[in-house]
Write a protein that binds this ligand. Sequence first.
Ligand code: PDD
Length: 276
Amino acid sequence: QYVLRNDEILPRDLVHIDIEDRGYQFGDGVYEVIRFYDGKLFHIEEHLNRLLGSLSSIEIALPLPVDVMLSKLQELVETADYKEGKIYLQVTRGVHPRIHSFPEGVPPLLIAYCSEAKRNFEQLDNGIHAIAVPDDRWLRVNIKSLNLLPNTIAKQKAAERGAVEAIFVRNGIVTECSASNIYGVKDGSIYTHPSNHLILNGITRQVTKKLAKQANIPWIEAEFTLEDLQAMDEVFASNTIIEICPVLSVANVPIKDGKPGTVTRELQKLFSDKIA
Ligand code: PDD
């Protein structure tokens, strides 16, 4: 396995992380998860734009020019012996004796590597179940930061209850899930939380929005409650790995007849067409 470290591609066993890397000690960094299908990076520009936004909002500089990074990422994908996978990429503020404030003159550290990720047809076809948990995250979750403790705890709760996702609810309003965005469909329209500081604006969310437009399905960004969501005709979740996935029940309440809905199926088909 190969790893991109700043602008160098190296065998994994030659890459070591310092004990004083600020990502390790403070979660002081940001990340992306990027898909590739048939060896081609999927919506890479959107991912790189979001990465640049996350970096600038916490004042970390990208340690190499964007166009160089893009060609290195493509090279990295070519080192993998599979065609369908994901890149995990993170940038931390770098290595420095532990102080809370930002150290000066420290080069940031970019790490990226591939792993195999096949499309999960079981979940795409049959759907998943979701629990609900209080959204106890900070108020800047539009930054894709390394601080994921509330997300991992929420996901663990879901797993313990036999569900795949945990839906975050803040002040009575559904925001997103532990690692995906969430949508309801009512009377043929798609409802989802506005893209502000309370959700991560998923790349798959952006793709879904375009697909909805293409299919003339009304797209409404509005606040709604957990009860509103449970009363929708359909619910689905999206992220880079799970793509567009039906959610069959929300906090133990089945959505309609507990089967994937027609709008969800239509969006899934349009999404698959984009890959093929
Ligand atoms: N997570 N919201 C949260 C909190 C997420 O962590 C993610 C993605 C999304 C969807 O974003 P996108 O469509 O760009 O993948 C929404 C990734 C997959 C992860 O942390 O592994």
